[in-house]
Design a binder for this molecule. Structure first.
Ligand code: PLP
Length: 355
């Protein structure tokens, strides 16, 4: 039975990348050692890391005025690091409250002494607008481009007079964004990048200054000086991410995967919109391409759908516990066959359960 994994995180990785990892675990680059055993101070590691960074820069069109950092601690540690590294000037930031993870990011900033943290909008209804008054300068305005739990996305980023910081954890490289609109972008790796345990940070170099009062591992400036190898870096994550970057480049890069993501999301949303049993209440222009939420409105029926689908190899379709219902996460590595199999299962279920 073919298994399709719709998990929100860790998400599905390209099958060819997983195969390559298995092969290379016996011998990385002719070394007779796996990447897990190779020193991060070796030439082999350095070449691998530089290539991963170069491929990522190519995919996201990132020039040298930005640092690219591969850091420990996932997206969550960056919630705190951003607020510690980028707030020297005004000690004042604002967070657009577009959902659960946006709130988590804001709560981390609120823990920092002497930092004024404003909340913009509320995720109760539609997505709040990305805007903050421009007469009161901010160190940054924080947004979450894709709300993993709520299934909403900012597809267009308006020009902002305030410097933008974006959490792109769940839709980085899923659709094109212009890096130059942001002072900093960060993403936990375990959705469109690679294995959990790492975050990628893209940050304007002119925003970085030394922060000797911080633990060294939290100082972005120092991490940039040390090429993300201040301590032993997340070697396996960087290596696997590098393979994912190569896979995506071969696919045609972000524009090509964006087309596939649009097509896949359209298949599923069109089915849900025409269904008498399933529904999705997100406004059409705010719908996520990576996390598609839907439900029957009946908890028991939802649970039965999730269980039946799992029996057919369509796994991890339960919605987040805060939202309920179902969620299909269609990260970059999801083949279109997986989406079609899901829709067939939904049709079958709808036939059996009225609607
Ligand atoms: N931000 C968003 C949008 C997420 O979806 C997640 C996790 O799902 C996080 C942050 C937290 O990332 P991590 O688990 O890597 O700390």
């Amino acid at each position: 039975m073919t298994v399709y994994n719709f998990s929100a995180g860790p998400g599905v990785l390209p099958a060819t990348v997983l195969d390559q990892i298995q092969t290379e675990m016996k011998s990385f680059n002719g070394s007779q050692m796996s990447i897990l055993e190779i020193s991060h101070r070796s030439k082999q590691y350095e070449e691998m890391e530089l290539e991963a960074e170069k491929d990522f820069r190519d995919l996201m069109n990132i020039d040298d005025s930005y640092a690219v950092l591969f850091l420990h601690g996932g997206g969550t540690l960056q919630f705190t690091n951003i607020a510690l590294n980028l707030t020297d000037k005004y000690h004042h930031v604002a967070y657009v409250d577009s959902g659960h993870w946006a709130q988590k990011a804001m709560e981390a900033a609120q823990k920092i002494d002497g930092l004024q943290v404003d909340r913009i909008g509320s995720s109760d209804n539609n997505l709040p607008k990305i805007s903050a008054p421009d007469d009161d300068p901010l160190d940054y305005l924080h947004i979450t481009t894709n709300n993993t739990i709520e299934g909403t996305t900012y597809h267009q980023i308006p020009n902002s007079t305030q410097p933008l910081v974006a959490d792109m954890s769940s839709n980085i490289m899923a659709q094109p964004y212009d890096v130059n609109q942001f002072d900093l972008i960060y993403a936990g790796a375990q959705k469109n990048i690679g294995p959990a345990g790492m975050a990628v940070v893209i940050v304007k170099r002119d925003r970085l200054t030394s922060h000797p009062e911080l633990s060294e591992i939290m100082d972005y400036w120092l991490e940039d000086q040390k090429h993300s190898a201040l301590n032993t870096p997340p070697v396996f994550c960087i290596y696997a991410a590098g393979l994912v970057f190569k896979w995506l480049k071969k696919f045609g890069g972000v524009p090509a995967i964006y087309q596939q993501n649009l097509e896949q999301a359209k298949l599923l949303y069109d089915y849900v919109d025409n269904s008498k049993l399933f529904n999705n209440s997100v406004a059409k222009d705010e719908r996520s391409l990576t996390n598609l939420v839907f439900g029957t409105g009946n908890k028991q029926l939802d649970q039965q759908f999730i269980a039946d689908a799992a029996d057919k190899g369509l796994v991890n379709l339960a919605g987040h516990r805060l939202v309920g219902g179902m969620r299909a996460s269609l990260y970059n590595a999801m083949p279109t066959a997986g989406v079609k199999a899901l829709i067939n299962q939904m049709k079958q279920f709808e036939m059996n359960h009225g609607g």
